[in-house]
Design a protein around this ligand. Structure first.
Ligand code: GRF
Length: 196
């Protein structure tokens, strides 16, 4: 069993996918040890509390210096001695020292088939806006290792999703979540924990 810390910023649907997979017995090697949020208002915190998972927030809006925020976050997360950190809907770029400290044991879920629609400005709904603007017929989600440069770490898993005629960014985001993110993330987390 590996202790896993999940980092969130908002709705926490990917966290919920992990919680639900755990309750279905699909994550035998995973212990959802704690949820750490960049916002005290994230609904992900409610999801964690409802599942009996320790949840804390370190409010990024209280920090003007991202390096200071990252250092505090490292101290907070280090205290859980995680075997794996999962950024799931975590919306902020941290300074390179974060990825360096936890390199090899931090993974991220991104709502596109990287390297397409990755990098600066490519987060949340904006990823789907860009996919629709580009006219792609297929998009999807990617689980990858986090390194110092956003969205460029080694790819672990991907799942493709069709873009439907008339899709809006919202309808496409929902399909990518349901048909890709919420499937490949729990599988990737279990596989990492089972093989560590
Ligand atoms: C999702 O699109 C996810 O792919 C991206 O952030 C969005 C919100 O995720 N990383 P969640 O609902 O907070 O898990």
């Amino acid at each position: 069993m590996l202790d896993v810390v999940v980092m969130v910023s908002g709705g926490g649907t990917n966290l919920q996918a992990l919680i639900d997979a755990k309750s279905r017995g699909e994550l035998p090697h995973v212990n959802l040890r704690a949820v750490v949020s960049s916002s005290p208002n994230a609904y992900a915190l409610t999801r964690a509390a409802d599942a009996g998972i320790e949840a804390v927030s370190l409010d990024i809006k209280l920090y003007s210096d991202r390096a200071v925020y990252t250092r505090e976050l490292r101290t907070l997360i280090r205290a859980y001695h995680p075997g794996l950190i999962v950024t799931a809907g975590f919306l902020y770029v941290l300074t390179p020292d974060f990825a360096e400290e936890f390199e090899g044991r931090i993974i991220n879920i991104h709502p596109s088939l990287l390297p397409s629609f990755g990098g600066v400005g490519c987060y949340g709904i904006h990823v789907h806006e860009k996919a629709l603007a580009a006219g792609v017929k297929v998009t999807g989600a990617t689980v990858h290792f986090v390194t110092a440069i956003p969205d460029t770490g080694p790819i672990i898993a991907q799942k493709a999703v069709e873009v439907a005629d008339g899709d809006t960014p919202e309808s496409l985001q929902r399909r990518v979540m349901e048909q890709a993110e919420w499937i490949i993330l729990p599988k990737a987390v279990e596989e990492f924990c089972a093989n560590t």
